[in-house]
Design a protein around this ligand. Structure first.
Ligand code: 5GP
Length: 181
């Protein structure tokens, strides 16, 4: 039996991480930890939130063909290690990747039956409020993320499903229904 690959993307602040984490817990889906070259935020733990790597080590892993997909997002590298995806799928376990739009299309190219789910807020104002309220980023980072959000939204038509995240509980149920469908 083979597992399903579910890929969740959407602008920073759309709430996709919160919903994805809750759904993984509810459905007992193993965590898939990405690698990144960005600096850890306060409270983030290496090996739990991300594998925080230097640019040199990340680039070495690219050369060694260790990534299922990777992309440059907001000025840093982010990537999914092959072993994370392939081990779980081959064991029949579902895998949820929460990755950016570029990485999502690379993964879909590799696995044509991957299910692409796009998360967004109902409008840009809501997104901006969420980015500000979480108080994790500097003004400069917020501005960059808002600028990138407009670009990311252009990819929405390429996705199989959209979840407009107004209410976390409702969005979790929508994602669960998509996975089980
Ligand atoms: P953050 O810095 O807020 O944790 O993540 C920034 C962006 O990078 C988000 O859109 C997130 O989905 C994306 N991202 C996280 N991990 C990966 C990954 O492994 N690959 C790709 N392509 N994007 C990722």
């Amino acid at each position: 039996m083979k597992g399903k690959l579910i890929i969740v993307s959407g602008p920073s602040g759309s709430g996709k991480s919160t919903v994805t984490k809750l759904v993984k817990d509810r459905l007992n889906i193993p965590l898939s930890i990405s690698a990144t070259t960005r600096q850890p935020r306060t409270g983030e733990i290496n090996g739990k939130d991300y594998f925080f790597l230097t640019k040199e080590i990340f680039e070495q892993k690219i050369k060694n063909d260790e990534f299922y997909e990777y992309a440059n997002v907001h000025g840093n590298y982010y990537g999914t290690l092959k072993e994370v995806v392939e081990n779980n799928l081959s064991k029949g376990l579902n895998v949820i990747l929460e990755i950016d739009v570029q990485g999502a299309l690379i993964a879909k190219e590799k696995k044509k039956d991957a299910i692409l789910v796009f998360f967004r807020t109902k409008d840009m104002e809501t997104l901006e409020n969420r980015l500000r309220n979480r108080k994790t980023d500097t003004e400069e980072v917020i501005q960059l993320r808002l600028k990138n959000a407009a670009k990311e939204l252009e990819y929405e038509p390429k996705y199989d499903y959209t979840i407009i995240n107004n209410d976390i509980k409702h969005s979790c149920q929508e994602l669960i229904d998509i996975i089980n469908s």
